[in-house]
Design a protein around this ligand. Structure first.
Ligand code: AMP
Length: 292
């Protein structure tokens, strides 16, 4: 039976009790407005763990002043119903004041993979993400935390933070779940008008185009140009459309030169896209297959 907890200390003691009883605990942090992408993370956690906690917290510090914090969809009751069906043990749904006590002055700042792309377009975003994820990990001291590959850069930032702070949690990255036409599931899709929803498939199309051109042997610059064109063809205003090294987000060609001289394996490339469809900002990515 699902238990809804808002107090971080109570949440922590519940998890520690379950761990002391020998249970493996899984944790899925979310901002709610749950969809099939979240369901896949929860399903994996339920498969791999004896008890699963899901947090629902629309984190104010990861939104910029001009972003969509206010209009971000919120539906706690409906979410809890789903989480009960999905066999989740605890929902952690704190008030902002429990996560950021009055006078809060501590932030977690990650360098490395947080510096480019989303970090550039959304200044302070990853500081907000790292701070809240760290705070959530303290409230939910799980064995494993499940994140979606949909937010590729975020997975790198979280892994970097977990490694640098020596946090004892396994970070598990799960594949992106898509709508039948390829659009990555996202809580923000609910904000699209029917026309915008139709045009939003351009992100997926640009990633398919990247993969086709990659396999056909095109150079990165040509692929990136074609990705931008695929987005612009459906009037998506492009923030970035790139092919970079998947583990470092360094320019692909530069990391290629380094790995060749170091005689290491070739880096795995990832295509990353971000853009605005109307007033809604969407991101997506695709890890590109090895070219033989
Ligand atoms: P959010 O509620 O958007 O903050 O997302 C919570 C978690 O669900 C993050 O780890 C996301 O990467 C993941 N997620 C969001 N959309 C998808 C999707 N379409 N497929 C898989 N995971 C997703």
């Amino acid at each position: 039976m699902l238990e809804i907890i808002s107090d971080p200390q109570s949440m922590r003691s519940e998890v520690l009790k379950a761990r002391a009883a020998g249970h493996r605990i899984g944790f899925v942090p979310t901002m709610g407005a749950l969809h099939a992408g979240h369901a896949s993370l929860v399903a994996r956690a339920v498969r791999e763990c004896e008890a699963v906690a899901v947090s629902i917290f629309v984190n104010p510090t990861q939104f910029g002043p001009a972003e969509d914090f206010e209009r971000y969809p919120r539906q706690l009751q409906a979410d809890c119903q789903l989480l009960n069906e999905w066999k989740v043990r605890w929902v952690f749904a704190p008030e902002a004041a429990a996560i950021y006590p009055p006078g809060a002055a501590t932030r977690v700042v990650v360098g490395g993979p947080a510096g480019c792309f989303e970090g550039e377009v959304r200044p302070g975003h990853f500081e907000g993400v790292a701070t809240v994820v760290c705070r959530l990990f303290l409230a939910v001291p799980a064995d494993a935390a499940y994140f979606g590959a949909k937010d590729w850069q975020q997975t790198l930032v979280v892994k970097r933070m977990v490694c640098d702070l020596g946090l004892a949690v396994d970070v598990v990255v799960c594949p992106t779940v898509r709508e039948p036409d390829g659009l990555a599931m996202s809580s923000r899709n609910a904000l699209l008008t029917p026309d915008e929803r139709h045009r939003a498939v351009a992100l997926f199309e640009s990633l398919c185009c990247a993969e086709r051109m990659w396999l056909a042997g095109f150079a990165v610059a040509g692929i990136e140009q074609a990705m931008r064109e695929a987005l612009q063809a459906r009037s998506v205003s492009v923030d970035y459309a790139v092919v970079v090294a998947a583990d470092s987000l360094e320019p692909y060609d530069a990391s290629l030169a380094v790995s060749q001289s170091g005689a290491k394996a070739l880096p795995v490339p990832v295509a990353l896209v971000a853009g605005r469809v109307g007033s809604t900002r969407l991101i997506d990515n695709r890890v590109l297959p090895a070219r033989t």
